[in-house]
Design a binder for this molecule. Structure first.
Ligand SMILES: [Zn+2]
Length: 247
């Protein structure tokens, strides 16, 4: 039976610690809690790492976080040779905040890239130091200098980033909200999470389950590292932190 983990990061991506109880330990040693701040790998964003601390102060290092039988079941994968946990054990959770915050900045930067390049997305992957978004682009005249300048205009404007829930019907009535060519947001639950940028989502709104910083200014300086040709009409944009290196 799949468990339903309360995903605290959905309402507050800035939680670094929390308390929880062990709901189950699966046959591969994966730990399922009643609630968690650990984001599970999905939508191109890697899962969190960190640790769980028992009442006696001993720690279980978490090497990865993944989803189980359903998207609502979040499994904390311990590093090798960690102390064992039992059902109902109370633990303190702590994520590797430095890494998560980099991922939140990068993930938000990927949203800005879809504003600057308003084309169908065919793939995306976020990491701490380099992220990529693939687009179907009929016109390949984009330069990394121009795209970087447009991205940094959005960063400097310091637009707010927030989430809002909409109904399946509202999504169906606004097909333009979905920018991904191949991945459809899950419908049928009655609620779809939109990530909005700018006042009333004026800069961008799109379905996303990931974690993001609360304003575009918090992304900080970024640049396009490379634009790679992946096909006649497909381009891969790489985003990196910091200023564009001198040519
Ligand atoms: Zn997102």
């Amino acid at each position: 039976m799949a468990h339903k983990t309360e995903a605290l990061f959905r309402d507050d991506a800035y939680l670094r610690t929390a308390d929880a109880a062990v709901a189950a330990v699966n046959d591969r040693g994966g730990i399922i809690l009643d609630r968690t701040i650990f984001y599970a790998t999905s939508g191109g964003q890697p899962g969190d790492t960190g640790y769980l601390e028992r009442a006696d102060g001993s720690r279980i290092a978490i090497a990865a976080t993944i989803t189980g039988e359903t998207k609502d079941e979040i499994i904390h994968v311990p590093a090798p040779q960690q102390p064992a946990l039992a059902v109902d054990d109370k633990v303190k959770l702590a994520i590797d905040w430095e890494r998560r915050h980099l991922l939140m900045r990068m993930h938000a930067a990927c949203h800005l890239l879809t504003v600057v390049c308003p084309f169908p997305i065919t793939g995306a992957a976020v990491s701490e130091d380099d992220s990529r978004v693939d687009f179907d682009i009929p016109d390949a005249s984009f330069t990394r200098e121009e795209v970087t300048a447009s991205l940094m205009d959005l960063v400097r404007a310091d637009h707010q980033i927030f989430t809002r829930l909409i109904s399946d019907e509202e999504l169906a009535a606004n097909p333009g909200l979905v920018k991904s060519k191949n991945v459809r947001p899950p419908v049928g639950t009655g609620r779809i999470r939109l990530v909005c940028i700018g006042e009333n989502g004026a800069v961008d709104s799109q379905p996303c389950g990931g974690t993001h910083v609360k304003s575009t200014g918090e992304i900080g300086e970024i640049h396009i590292g490379k634009i790679e040709k992946k096909g006649r009409e497909n381009r891969r944009f790489r985003i990196r932190f910091g200023p564009m290196p001198a040519a």
